[in-house]
Ligand binder design. Structure first.
Ligand code: ZN
Length: 344
């Protein structure tokens, strides 16, 4: 087996190859009574989500069932049939976070089977904020654009890109999870590890006995997932993300079962790589504080290094750059960045 990037080693090289080709692999039993079921994402750039099914004497339990499409419902049904089980046996749907490529199918599965839906109580609050009409209120966004100090002639393109109806429906979970809770599913004990950052209430699930870690979108083998995509007011998603990466240290020797791409080992190296990826920009912001002080986000953003170049950023990408800058500035301003930026 070869390390592909960042010292990450795929468990099965064919999974990585399939991902790179944009193909969904057939469902497969990856551990006794544990199946990986790749499901589609109908829009965007990622080919799919990795759903996981735990088959037990107490029923079938799904982790992150994926986007709500008829094709995905069939995929899950057929995978269970291949394993000698039926969709009607579904007892639990656990989600790592509320995004449509993870939570999407949960409510439909509950309607069909009566399964219970479990998510963290923090993520339930985040979902409440995300589906609130206020979250997509252009007047509130205009206020943000002004606070960022964006020049008048750039307001229109930012507001035009602000057409993002929530893709996630409101879902009331049956079970609320908290850090440290243990779910007993099909004979596996899955420990809930709070890992806010990607969203405000994201969780990972650790099977200590089998040394498996379900990481959702918190840790992916090569992709750097976005930060703060659904948070509570006052959250500091970047600082939370860095804390959440540290929190996984006890599981460094576990096999990682992520929400996208492929299963891998090398969590310690990957955690370090993700932290370093974000902290590069934090360090850039920190170096500007003496000079720029309380200047608005716009003044900072145009001094940072952007892949597309600052002049090349427009519309949604300009928004994204400004939001990222704001998060790094918050991290520096709160003093929380110091622990990570200081050498040693
Ligand atoms: Zn995802």
């Amino acid at each position: 087996m070869n390390a592909v990037a960042d010292d990450v080693v795929p468990v099965d090289e064919a999974e990585r190859t399939a991902w790179d080709r944009g193909e969904l692999r057939p469902p497969a039993e990856i551990a006794p009574g544990l199946w990986c079921i790749p499901v589609e994402i109908p829009e965007g750039t990622l080919p799919g989500t990795l759903a996981y099914a735990v088959l037990g004497g107490d029923g079938v339990h799904l982790i992150d069932p994926g986007w709500d499409t008829p094709g995905n419902l069939s995929r899950i049904e057929e995978a269970l049939a291949a394993a000698g089980r039926a969709l009607s046996e579904l007892a639990t749907v656990v989600v790592t976070h509320h995004h449509p490529d993870h939570l999407g199918l949960a409510a439909r599965l509950r309607d069909r089977t009566g399964a219970r839906i479990a998510m963290s109580s923090a993520e339930r609050r985040v979902l409440g904020v995300v589906v609130d009409p206020a979250a997509t209120d252009p007047a509130a966004y205009r206020h943000t654009v002004e606070r960022w100090g964006v020049p008048r002639d750039r307001h229109a393109e930012l507001l035009a890109s602000f057409t993002r109806p929530s893709l996630t429906g409101d879902v009331e979970p049956d079970v609320l999870l908290a850090h440290g809770d243990v779910l007993d599913l099909g004979g596996r004990r899955l420990e809930v590890v709070a890992t806010p950052g990607h969203t405000g209430g994201h969780v990972c699930l650790a099977d200590r006995e089998a040394r498996l870690l379900f990481t959702g979108d918190h840790v992916l083998p090569r992709i750097y997932s976005g930060v703060g995509i659904g948070v509570l007011p006052g959250d500091e998603p970047l600082g939370d993300l860095l804390d959440s990466l540290d929190r996984l240290a006890p599981f460094d020797a576990f096999t990682v079962l992520p929400g996208h791409e492929f299963r891998f080992t090398g969590l310690r190296e990957r955690r370090a790589r993700i932290a370093a990826h974000h902290l590069r920009r934090t360090a850039e912001v920190a170096a500007l504080v003496d000079e720029l002080g309380d200047s608005p986000v716009w003044e900072y953003a145009q001094r940072l290094t952007w892949t597309a170049g600052w002049q090349g950023l427009d519309g949604f990408w300009l928004h994204s750059a400004l939001r990222q800058t704001e998060m790094h500035r918050e991290l520096v301003r709160s003093g929380r960045a110091r622990a990570w930026l200081s050498p040693g």
